[in-house]
Design a protein around this ligand. Sequence first.
Ligand code: TXA
Ligand code: MG
Length: 325
Amino acid sequence: MTAQIIDITRDHAGALRQACTVLGDGLPVAIPTETVYGLAADATNPAAITRIYETKGRPRFNPLICHMSDLDMAERYADFDPISRRLAEAFWPGPLTLILPLKPESGIHALATAGLDTIGIRLPKGFASELIRAFGKPLAAPSANTSGKVSPTSARHVADDLGEKLALIIDGGAAPVGVESTIVRVENGVIRLLRPGGVAAEEIEKATGLAVIRPEGPAAIIEAPGMLASHYAPGAAVRLNADHVVAGEVLIRLGSAPVKGMELAAAVFDLSPSGDLAQAAANLFDYLKRADATGAASIAVTPIPDHGLGEAINDRLARAAAPRE
Ligand code: TXA
Ligand code: MG
């Protein structure tokens, strides 16, 4: 099988129609979202969800985010506490996933939630939202990459990785946010950050007036196994907080300050010449893939400030640099 690719700027109606057909057949479809490309399937259909896990080679104990078109749909599947509701109102549609108590017998298949009594819900923007509305059911969708690899931010990335395993890829251009959604869980009035992502923790604090609690120790890993070390692993070694380049390394740089030894670099990628963290996040995965494709043995990355979207960037870089199993 080689995936058909439909560009929504050329055939929007055809993309929606074809995606609905494939989803209705119980097959996954790769779709653009504002964060990264997702591998979407009917969240109520066990065979369809099984195909997501098989296509990605993903462990089945790792639950999937369920994507909804609107708050009404979300409320059919989950119970909202007042703080989660406030977060939904402030950030949906957008790059925020809420972990919420799952309503029993709601129709979401246990394979999507990995049997947990909670559900991860997100309302995406753009084509993904239109598709869910047209399909009429929630879509379970992890990032559209082989498990353990860097997430795709373009249809090309998906095609290169999974093109032979998929029936359909919808091309919606470069994903504007470029890192996955922020995942939070509210319990007993406390907001816990399970994964930093496209909504900065500071924005969540501003919207709620509450502190966001960072995970401490391995508990968060058990809750969200996608957070395991060595997740976003490129083939090359990744060297963080680099203040110099070793001959033959690829350099990934934030800002335009010269880096010692950079004239010896195999290639240089500028995440954002002006140091803008949103632009850096949007470029991150594409540059990691391109740096890796040079065949260099090592990728040196300059320090990234740990505020705003920098927290998500540093989280993904730390995983890319983690020792491989
Ligand atoms: O931006 C995103 O979130 C992208 C796009 C496609 O929406 N999706 C994405 O999905 O990054 P994935 O499967 O790569 O990451 C989902 C994360 C995993 O770490 C998983 O463990 C966690 O969400 N998760 C899902 N449901 C959960 C639940 N009920 N409790 C705790 N963690 C959950
Ligand atoms: Mg992923």
